[in-house]
Design a binder for this molecule. Structure first.
Ligand code: 5GP
Length: 224
């Protein structure tokens, strides 16, 4: 009876450094078949644990700037002196196939996407405390003290931007955080503005069929 919009939704997931948004997204993708993560391009150096084509497409600064000039990005931003960009063509293709696309991007990127797609679902993932962030950064390694300080400064700035998002999820217990994100996405699918049409069969025909129904009790039929 309800015909929902066929196009996929764009879901932006941002979060403070080491909030565990990548883990939340991986867990989400394990069960959501109709959802894909957009792989961004970046000019940052590959870190231990990164996988080319999975974490990002790693390119040089020059290659990235060529892609900007070509108009290949839906949005891009400079974060911690490195470029990060969301590829345009691939996302449009997925949305047209009715697939929901997750963009794991920063606050600036999120706001740029919102300008282009006002119906975007904006979710912000937070670590339970900055103490936890400190521990996670130490455990991850691979960055200089100056880079770590930059990450903290950015994290504090980003927290101020939370009111611009639709939802905030604290990633304390991973399973709970994943459940919260799933619940948000289920609710979003039920939004009235996602409905294209409400299909109701002809009223008179349905009433007539009802009256002719042999299993229907006669006394009730008289009342009608
Ligand atoms: P990291 O270097 O830790 O992987 O990411 C640094 C920041 O860049 C994160 O806040 C991440 O969300 C953001 N980021 C990753 N890809 C994109 C993108 O395509 N566009 C924008 N605007 N930010 C991105």
């Amino acid at each position: 009876m309800i015909k929902s919009k066929k196009k996929g939704s764009i879901i932006v997931i941002s979060g403070t450094t080491c909030a565990g948004k990548g883990t939340v997204i991986s867990k989400l993708l394990e069960t959501e078949e109709n959802m894909k993560l957009s792989i961004s391009y970046t000019s940052r150096k590959i870190r231990p644990g990164d996988i080319e084509g999975e974490t990002y497409y790693f390119v040089t600064k020059e290659e990235f700037e060529r892609k900007i000039a070509n108009g290949d990005f839906l949005e891009y931003a400079k974060v911690h002196d490195n470029y990060y960009g969301t590829p345009k063509l691939e996302i449009q293709q997925l949305l047209n196939q009715g697939i929901d696309v997750i963009l794991e991007i920063d606050v600036v990127g999120a706001m740029n996407v919102k300008k282009m797609f006002p119906e975007v679902i904006l979710i912000f993932i937070m670590a339970p405390s900055m103490e936890v962030v400190k521990e996670r950064i130490k455990a991850r390694g691979g960055e200089s003290p100056a880079q770590i300080i930059r990450r903290f400064q950015t994290a504090y700035q980003e927290i101020n931007e939370i009111p611009k998002y639709n939802y905030v999820v604290v990633n304390d217990v991973l399973e709970d955080a994943v459940l919260k994100v799933k619940s948000i996405l289920i609710s979003e699918k039920c939004r009235v503005d996602r409905i294209e049409e409400i299909l109701v069969s002809n009223q008179e025909e349905v009433i007539h069929e009802f009256l002719m129904d042999k299993e229907f009790d006669n006394s009730e039929r008289e009342i009608l």
